[in-house]
Ligand binder design. Structure first.
Ligand code: GLU
Length: 420
């Protein structure tokens, strides 16, 4: 059976590191198994979904190197969702309810006050045809709930192992709002069935949804795909990232000079048993990928660690990999790249370093005698990568300086810069 996975972002914001990691894991599973990757835009929430966000998500995935084989937009699949809803209504598994949000809230408060779990009491199941007709005549419109089996739903999660959730502890979920719009739960299952998804790989914030969705899968098609729920990303200090996600969009990482493969390497490896090192290509990440390497503990996302990985990646890049970008930046070629790459934290630093090579530089000389002595000690040309060490050792020996007192005046004289 061909592996078919999907990544299903809601276009309600930019792609952030948390969902980018879900995208990468799905992508790696697809590629590793010679399968297919569906990019599905979950835009059933018409109030919050925006086409600008869809475009931004597509751009970010492209930047990251996560390409898709199939594409779907949930808003274009309404007839299929409707048909599934009718099927569930016909079998009595989807039932109409008329309680207002206020009424439901009052009931919940009463349940909590009397020490009961705040689970929907299924009062609407007792409505007769006459009750419904009366409510409709009063102008009320039904929202529709899925009747859970109230049994234990179990699955073998590819990351979490055996999971069991008793749906008796859950409220029957609302699948259709009173204005007729679908919530995410049912369209997701219908699309997963229609696109023959074999593995649903998503964050562990969806574990409870999975119990509900397995029941819907079974009601509609008799079986459910495999599931893998990965732990969520947390900050370096263990804090939840959710509040700061706005500042952790891929768009911002790109603007900050993070290389796509640094981001991809980080997100593919954080929270796994592999160490986080830079990979040059997606193919290398695919080769080293195995679902079993994904741990159960939360995965860390530390911007400082990513910046560090970015620098390491740049230091490894051969000239051929950056030739076009150097030309575009209007700086030097192979010799320049080999000379400066170990100094880079982001690629754009090349622009800053280029004037040091071609000048003009106005040397800053604070101690003329020291600099004259140093100049006289310069080894004969041609210089190579050893010349600097030979020279500075000789200057140190002749002038009795070391550390900052040695290097700082040399740097100022050669580059006119305080740091670097
Ligand atoms: N649109 C849902 C989300 O972003 C998709 C969840 C899923 O993978 O089923 O949370």
């Amino acid at each position: 059976m061909t592996t078919i996975v999907r990544f299903a972002p809601s276009p309600t914001g930019l792609l952030h590191v948390g969902n980018a990691r879900t995208a990468i894991l799905n992508y790696l599973v697809a590629r590793k198994n010679g399968g297919k990757f569906l990019l599905r835009i979950d835009d059933t929430d018409t109030e919050r979904s925006k086409s600008e966000y869809e475009t931004a998500i597509l751009d970010s995935l492209k930047w990251l190197g996560v390409s898709h084989d199939l594409f779907a937009r949930q808003s274009e699949r309404a007839p299929a969702h409707q048909e599934a809803a009718e099927k569930l209504k016909a079998s009595g598994q989807l039932y109409p309810c008329y309680e207002s949000a206020l009424e439901l809230d009052r009931r919940r408060q009463r349940q909590i006050a009397s020490g009961k779990p705040p689970v929907y009491d299924r009062a609407a199941l007792n409505l007769t045809a006459e009750d419904r007709a009366r409510l409709e005549a009063e102008g009320k419109r039904a929202h529709w709930r899925f009747k859970l089996s109230q049994k234990k739903v179990a699955w073998k999660d590819l990351i979490r192992g055996e999971v069991e959730i008793d749906t008796a502890h859950l409220s029957d979920p609302v699948l259709i709002r009173e204005d007729g719009r679908f919530l995410y739960t049912l369209p997701s299952v219908v699309d997963d069935i229609d696109f023959a998804i074999t593995h649903i790989i998503r964050g562990e914030d969806h574990v409870t949804n999975t119990a509900v969705q397995i029941e819907i899968f079974e009601a509609l098609s008799g079986s459910a795909p495999a599931f893998a729920h990965h732990p969520l990303l947390i900050g370096a200090g263990g804090e939840a990232l959710s509040k700061r996600l706005g500042s952790l969009s891929l768009k911002l990482l790109a603007e900050d000079g993070i290389e796509p493969m640094a981001a991809a390497s980080y997100l593919a490896k954080t929270g796994t048993s592999d160490s986080i090192v830079p990979f040059a290509t997606m193919d290398e990440l695919v080769a080293g990928f195995a679902m079993e390497k994904i741990g159960r503990a939360p995965a860390h996302f530390d911007p400082a660690e990513l910046a560090n990985l970015n620098a390491k990646l740049l230091h490894l890049l051969p000239f051929a990999a950056v030739e076009a970008r150097l030309a575009e930046a209007q700086v030097g070629g192979a010799a320049f790249w080999e000379a400066v790459k170990a100094n880079l934290t982001r690629f754009s630093d090349v622009k800053d370093l280029w004037p040091l090579v071609v000048g003009p530089i106005t040397p800053v000389i604070e101690d003329a005698a020291f600099i004259t002595a140093a100049a006289e000690l310069l080894p004969p040309e041609p210089w190579d990568e050893l010349s600097w060490g030979i020279w500075t050792k000789a200057v140190a020996a002749a002038t009795g300086t070391k550390g900052k007192t040695l290097f700082h005046p040399l740097r100022l004289a050669l580059t006119a810069r305080e740091h670097g």
